[in-house]
Design a protein around this ligand. Structure first.
Ligand SMILES: [Ca+2]
Length: 151
């Protein structure tokens, strides 16, 4: 099936009727990557910027990457485990979101950050070495770990 044909296909074009009849049907209220802000004991979902929505976020690190006193977010993700009909979700390259205050985050381009976590990422950890060097470790499914120095 070509991309254009797939883009205009309806569910019945992609899956046999008997599979659809026996399918588990769920309901999603929100599909975007978001964080929950604690507002005096009540948690409110805040959707992250569009740059964070191009691929599923599988792991994140919350830290102050630009040393301004505000906690930033670094996301990694993708998902290669899709069925063949849908293909891998592989548009993510990792994303640093700088905390701009008041619940806003500013996406940083890969050419600014040097972050290129473009694999099927499943984990992310920040490692502070005794020497003062900070490393970002990105664990990937069926691939080597990636290591980035944080400056
Ligand atoms: Ca910060």
């Amino acid at each position: 099936m070509r991309n254009t044909t797939y883009a205009y296909a309806i569910l019945e074009d992609l899956f046999p009727r008997d599979e659809l009849n026996s399918a588990l049907i769920g309901t999603a209220n929100m599909l975007g990557s978001a964080y929950f802000e604690n507002q005096g004991g009540k948690f409110t979902a805040k959707v992250l910027p569009n740059a964070a929505q191009i691929s599923p976020a599988q792991a994140f690190v919350a830290a102050d990457f630009n040393a301004d006193g505000k906690t930033d977010l670094l996301l990694v993700g993708n998902d290669y485990g899709q069925q063949i009909e849908t293909g891998p979700i592989d548009s993510g390259n990792g994303l640093l979101l700088i905390n701009a205050g008041k619940g806003n985050f500013s996406p940083q381009a890969a050419c600014q950050t040097g972050l290129w976590a473009n694999l099927d990422a499943r984990s992310a950890k920040l490692l502070n070495l005794k020497s003062g060097i900070k490393l970002l470790l990105v664990g990937n499914n069926n691939a080597r770990m990636q290591v980035f120095e944080v400056k």
